[in-house]
Ligand binder design. Structure first.
Ligand code: ATR
Length: 275
């Protein structure tokens, strides 16, 4: 029987996940179907109960339900616990097993697809919301020489750093203090939601000097103000989050099906040129 999977969110109309997983399934010969479910706001659990009752095997979870999925799960992986959010579920009988592949997908995109080493490098991360939180531990596992976390609301960055104390060389700063700290970052990651509104986090221009990579977590927006600023400072590589999107999907696919799909072709198909 064909195994059923889906992505669940609200709204869900623009999701690329059915295309990505459909392509993976075709390429690997896996017998599965993958749909998009728009759950009512406030009834994530009811809609997932229904999908499970229909025999579904798993779900990708997107906004605004990543915390609902965290609560709904019966078993949380370390990465889900540390991210405080869930982006993938697997159903096995009564077990609801939860994962979060966003951070590992981002690291894989940076290190494998873009070929940029994080070990021993200085990394600057802008933002201290859900996206930044999910990336912190996977980043620290790469053993950067320093990971500087900057947020507009400094208290949020401080709270995050306290939570991850002892896990690696994490330093917190406000945007105003960044000019003093900036002595060359190798990788600058925009994990704020500023680009979704066409805004630019208030970084001093010199944060990009000498950087090898500027990475925008948002995807499909072309040259955001952040990437535009990085280009103006001649950062060698610019990337948006399309690779992260496809890599987290690939991690989910391996977890569900035991087969690793190749991602290059799917990333190429979904890439919006950065110009
Ligand atoms: P997500 O899950 O996408 O991370 P979030 O949890 O709402 O979304 O977090 C949004 C992040 O973007 C926060 O770090 C926010 O900064 P504050 O904590 O100070 O609000 C950051 N952010 C949003 N717009 C920004 C802007 N124009 N400049 C700088 N940071 C911004």
């Amino acid at each position: 029987m064909t195994d059923r999977y889906a992505v669940i969110g609200n709204p869900i109309g623009f999701t690329k996940s059915p295309f990505i997983h459909g392509t993976f399934a075709d390429a690997t010969g896996q017998d599965l179907s993958y749909e998009a479910i728009e759950a009512p706001l406030g009834d994530f659990a009811g809609r997932v109960d229904q999908f499970r009752a229909e025999g579904a095997k798993g779900l990708n979870v997107t906004a605004p339900f990543k915390l609902d999925a965290f609560v709904y799960a019966t078993e949380l992986s370390d990465s889900a616990k540390q991210a405080g959010a869930v982006n993938c579920l697997k159903f096995e009988g009564d077990r609801i097993i939860a994962e979060n592949f966003d951070g590992v997908g981002l690291v894989r995109d940076i290190t494998v697809n873009l070929g940029v080493t994080m070990k021993g490098r200085r990394v600057l991360m802008l933002g201290a919301g859900g996206a930044a939180r999910g990336a912190l531990l996977p980043f620290l596992r790469q053993q950067p020489s320093e990971l500087v976390l900057v947020n507009r609301t400094l208290s949020k960055a401080v709270a995050l750093a306290e939570e991850f104390a002892g896990r690696g060389p994490l330093i917190v700063s406000g945007y105003a203090g960044l000019a003093d700290l900036a002595e060359g970052y190798d990788i600058v990651v925009n994990a704020t939601s500023a680009s979704l509104r066409g805004e630019m986090p208030p970084v001093p221009g010199n944060v990009f000097q000498g950087a090898k990579l500027a990475y925008e977590l948002a995807y499909g927006k072309g040259l955001t103000p952040f990437l535009r600023a990085a280009r103006a400072e001649r950062v060698a590589k610019l990337a948006d989050g399309v690779g992260m999107l496809v890599e987290q999907a690939a991690e989910a696919f391996v977890w569900w099906r035991g087969v690793r799909p190749s991602t290059a072709e799917v990333i190429a198909k979904l890439t919006v040129p950065l110009s």
